[in-house]
Design a protein around this ligand. Structure first.
Ligand code: SF4
Length: 309
């Protein structure tokens, strides 16, 4: 999911990079990989460093927080008996889940600190309701009985690499076939970018395969922003390819961790990066590297460009 609660910055993620001594987080090498952090490294190694090693704080965004809210509503709706999982009921869950989010993540309150009349908040909540409503045009929750919701998964590959993540929903048919479903509150990517979107789903499929020895029958991305559903039926060769990709990625992360050589990779996505002030591409200076470094000659290997496949 895009808002798995997985920590960036000061969050509680656990993709490694943190150790707790006397209640103070100390920098530590990354210990596991999640789809989000793998994507970070592929997008920009320096962004990965800022999030996983330095754990620099990031401001909550309206879009990401709305995503978290909508995910919470869709998850809670399945508490109701099947026949009562209606759009009005789902929309009615929005205010309560927003209250709960403010309690569990007080930092989101600052999003609307400059909105004393509550007009922007009302629009934002209205947009969350519309996203929830659109879901009912794409799936029928009265006919679904998820086996799992917000499922935390973790698997260790033979190499020792630990993969982890949170899957929005797992459906299991009476035949035993498994479908992995992820909700996105944004719009579906153009076809040429679909592979990048599916990377996360294949990552989850690999974890499920390693955990349960079952290859999921279908991967399904539900785009509430545009009203699209993207599906992919993986085969073992897909998952083996993703595994090789992740091992190469992890090796590149290991090299960067040991050498301290985290290169910025500027793209148009920099516009959404919270760390421009400490990024050399924008005239900034990163904080002192908190881990011990070894020279790149002694560790070997360049930091290559990596894409989702
Ligand atoms: S501003 Fe761009 S180049 Fe710099 S760390 Fe962020 S994503 Fe990377």
């Amino acid at each position: 999911m895009e808002n798995s609660g997985e920590g960036t910055g000061g969050g509680t993620g656990g993709t490694g990079g943190e150790g707790v001594r006397g209640g103070v987080r100390a920098a530590a090498p990354p210990a596991s990989l999640s789809p989000s952090r793998a994507s970070d490294f592929m997008q920009c190694p320096l962004l990965y460093r800022f999030r996983v090693i330095d754990r620099l704080p990031e401001k909550p965004s309206e879009a990401a927080t709305r995503g978290t809210l909508v995910h919470a509503v869709l998850e809670r709706l399945f508490d109701a008996p099947a026949a009562e999982r209606t759009a009005p009921r789902a929309k009615a869950l929005v205010p309560g889940q927003w209250d709960r989010l403010r309690e569990t993540r007080p930092e989101v309150v600052e999003l609307f600190a400059d909105d004393p009349e509550g007009e922007r908040l009302a629009r934002w909540l209205g947009e969350a309701e519309r996203l929830v409503e659109r879901w009912f045009t794409l799936e029928d929750p009265t006919r679904l009985e998820p086996a799992e919701r917000e499922l935390f998964v973790e698997a260790e590959l033979e190499s020792g690499l630990r993969l982890r993540g949170i899957i929005d929903r797992v459906d299991v048919a009476s035949t035993g076939e498994v479908r992995i479903v992820d909700y996105k509150t944004g719009k579906a990517p153009r076809p040429e970018y679909a592979e990048g979107a599916l990377f996360q789903m294949k990552f989850y499929a690999l974890v499920v395969w390693r955990l349960k020895q079952v290859v999921p029958r279908r991967l399904q991305l539900v785009y509430l922003g545009s009203g699209d559903v993207l599906t992919y039926d993986p085969v073992i060769a897909d998952l083996e390819r993703v595994e090789r990709k992740l091992l190469a990625l992890w090796e590149a992360i290991r090299l960067a961790t040991e050498t301290g050589d985290w290169r910025p990779r500027p793209t148009k996505l920099c516009g959404w990066c919270d760390h421009q002030a400490v990024c050399p591409e924008f005239g900034g200076t990163p904080p002192p590297y908190p881990l011990q470094v070894r020279s790149s000659e002694s560790v070997g290997g360049p930091q290559g460009r990596m894409g989702p496949d």
